[in-house]
Design a protein around this ligand. Structure first.
Ligand SMILES: [Zn+2]
Length: 330
């Protein structure tokens, strides 16, 4: 099925094998002997324990070529799963706080996007995320650094540790981002403290265009109505849900579809989630949430509809999806 992916963190696509290559290239010591041993070390049971493992990996990303290789490898994998278009998150603060220049990160990622489009035919754009446990001033500094690269970044988002870090903390930063022409999204992770207040702030204080995860919207009819009125699309990640809510991860997908909310399925941090890229996530959700072919097609349609692209580009993708749907129906 032709697909668009709207919720994938590039730092979360750093596979153990590539980590070893980059570590050797940059002279960085790793606390594992093999890629399999590293994978076995990826053990977590909630968002904070996941983030601890996740942030350990970034230290091998140092030179522009490292960011190039990271991004190109993801796009290669996505193209192999018939992703026609991807919007990819990156966290500049994960790197600038280690002394890596913002320019190094964005140049590597952008060169990879350009080459992947030329060589593989996959189109992509970048969404810059602010780390929510860092200060609003730090987020503003990153936003100002990004202004020189407006053409390479389509939107801004908010991710990482949600506890005591509500969207409202970044209202000024998002307001400035909107003034500068960026599209807006924010993570509202599954079952976090004060999740309903966070979803409400994302919708009203920030005025997001999309919400990443946000499945707890289901528990509040007022928020469901607000999301519907604002035409919000929720970028869900089936395997990530499973990590945070073992055994209950897939229920919200079916419920959100039945309530007429706009939902897309995505991979989040595939290298840290048993190699579940978008196709594996669709397969997981298909069996666990009882999705029909019509559900899958409608979610792929939602993703192309919610993508931050021009009407003419969208038209091309919708034609490809329609052609596939007709052939599937026969
Ligand atoms: Zn995410």
């Amino acid at each position: 099925m032709p697909k668009a992916e709207l919720h994938v963190h590039l730092e979360g696509t750093l596979e153990p094998e590539m980590k070893f290559v980059l570590a050797a290239r940059n002279g960085v010591a790793l606390p594992y002997k093999t890629a399999d041993e590293m994978r076995d070390g990826y053990v977590y049971h909630d968002l904070p324990s996941f983030l601890r493992v996740f942030y350990e990996g970034r230290k091998v990303l140092i030179e522009e070529i490292d960011f190039y290789d990271l991004c190109y490898a993801y796009l290669q994998k996505a193209a192999s799963q018939n992703v026609l278009y991807a919007e990819m998150f990156f966290d500049p603060q994960q790197h600038t706080e280690r002394g890596i220049a913002f320019d190094t990160v964005i140049r590597g990622l952008t060169r990879a996007r350009v080459d992947a489009e030329r060589n593989l035919g996959i189109r992509s754009q970048l969404i810059m995320c602010f780390l929510r446990e860092q200060s609003a001033q730090s987020a503003m500094d990153v936003l100002l650094s990004a202004l020189a690269y407006k053409a390479d970044i389509v939107g801004v988002g908010l991710d990482s540790d949600e506890k005591d870090n509500p969207p409202a903390k970044f209202a000024d930063v998002f307001r400035r981002a909107r003034q500068e022409g960026f599209r807006l999204t924010a993570h509202c992770d599954v079952d976090q403290e004060n999740t309903h207040a966070h979803i409400r702030q994302a919708l009203t204080d920030i005025g997001v265009d999309r919400i990443d995860h946000g499945v707890n919207v289901l528990e509040d009819p007022e928020l469901v109505a607000l999301a519907r009125t604002q035409g919000i699309t929720f970028t869900l990640c089936p395997f990530a849900n499973e990590v945070v809510r073992p055994g209950r991860g897939q229920e919200p997908i079916r419920q959100m579809l039945d309530m007429g909310l706009k939902v897309t399925l995505n991979s989040d941090d595939p290298a840290y989630m048993k190699g579940f890229y978008i196709s594996e996530n669709l397969q997981l959700a298909q069996s666990a949430a009882g999705l029909t072919p019509v559900d899958l097609l409608s979610m792929s349609l939602n993703a192309f509809e919610a993508a931050w692209i021009s009407p003419s580009e969208r038209e091309g993708y919708l034609i490809a999806l329609d052609r596939f749907a007709r052939a599937w129906g026969e």
